[in-house]
Design a protein around this ligand. Structure first.
Ligand SMILES: [Zn+2]
Length: 322
């Protein structure tokens, strides 16, 4: 089978041939139909995660069909449509400490699987497995209530889904983007307002609206996130769903004065993913994607890093080059 692997920390994404993996006890093998390219895949590419070994196949936004069931794997059958997200399962972390979905086939633990409705196009559904469930969960579990002002920072793979969820959840939704062409895109996706960072002072704009109850940070820019704290309302919260090593700089006085809070959100409830998938299907939340064959993984990954991709790049193993 064809895979895209990283052979050393910081190494390039390289196309390789491997033998077909055999599902072990409590595992299934999946023929991958689509796998989204997530910013979190940098953990595999750079080897940031403890316990990572190389070569490693990244990818934790997987949609596919079961094509073999290992011994003792219960509840799953050949031909069934399934997805695999960023799972800290018994087998390891998908696409980080165990091989993921940048491949024609992968194996996954039975507990790492979620059933995928046949109504979904695999390429469209793939980004829901991480970007979708992450933003869905962060907004759902936050302190914001319908009618509150919620700002979404960044209009990439995560942000463009966060805007859709925020609108559906009844927030007054404000998108913040550095990309002029995404200002109109954000409005089309449901944002009540879209602010071009750089053209306006986004914190001042949020204060003009009365201050944001929630600022959801989906772009890896700690300096910008620090500046945006000024745009929070009383009891407001800055919530990040994206990592990064740069420090957030906020004065204790500012946090104290308006009782602000800063926190991170990562999904750890396994029920959240089926909930996000069902809501997205019924409510019409749809990832916007660019599809690429495995041979163009390195190019697609660079477009994700550069922020030039049309919201989310998705690898489609069945698609040939060109
Ligand atoms: Zn991810």
């Amino acid at each position: 089978m064809k895979v895209v692997e990283v052979r050393r920390a910081g190494g390039p994404l390289t196309v390789a041939e491997r033998p077909l993996p055999q599902p072990q006890a409590h595992q299934v093998r999946i023929r991958v139909e689509a796998c989204g390219i997530c910013h979190g895949d940098l953990m595999a590419v750079h080897g940031y995660h403890p316990g990572i070994t190389f070569p490693r196949v990244p990818g934790h936004e997987v949609i596919g069909r079961i094509d073999a069931v290992g011994p003792e794997a219960e509840g799953w059958t050949v031909g069934q449509r399934v997805g695999v997200g960023y799972v800290h399962g018994p087998l390891g972390v998908t696409g980080v400490t165990v091989d993921g979905g940048y491949a024609e086939y992968m194996v996954a633990h039975e507990n790492a699987l979620v059933a995928i409705d046949e109504a979904w196009d695999a390429v469209v559904a793939a980004p829901l497995m991480c970007a979708g469930v992450t933003t869905f969960s962060a907004l759902r579990q936050s302190a914001a209530r319908p009618g509150d002002i919620v700002a979404i920072v960044g209009m990439g793979g995560l942000g463009h889904l966060a805007v859709q969820y925020a609108r559906h959840f009844g927030y007054y939704t404000v998108a913040l983007t550095r990309s002029p062409e995404k200002v109109e895109g954000a409005r089309q996706l449901g944002a009540h307002e879209a602010i071009l960072i750089g053209a306006a002072d986004p914190a001042a704009e949020l204060l003009r609206l009365g201050g944001a109850k929630l600022i959801l940070v989906t772009a890896p820019n700690a300096e910008l996130a620090s500046q945006l704290v000024r745009g929070l309302a009383h009891d407001g919260q800055l919530l990040t769903v994206i990592g990064g090593g740069e420090p957030l700089v906020v004065s204790p006085g500012e946090i104290l004065g308006r009782r602000l809070s800063i926190r991170g959100w990562r999904v750890d409830d396994p029920e959240e993913l089926p909930r996000a998938l069902a809501f997205s299907l019924r409510a019409g939340v749809r990832p916007e994607v660019e599809a690429y064959p495995l041979d163009e993984a390195a190019y697609a990954f660079q477009r994700m890093l550069d922020g030039t991709v049309h919201y989310r790049a998705v690898l489609v193993p069945g698609r040939s080059q060109g």
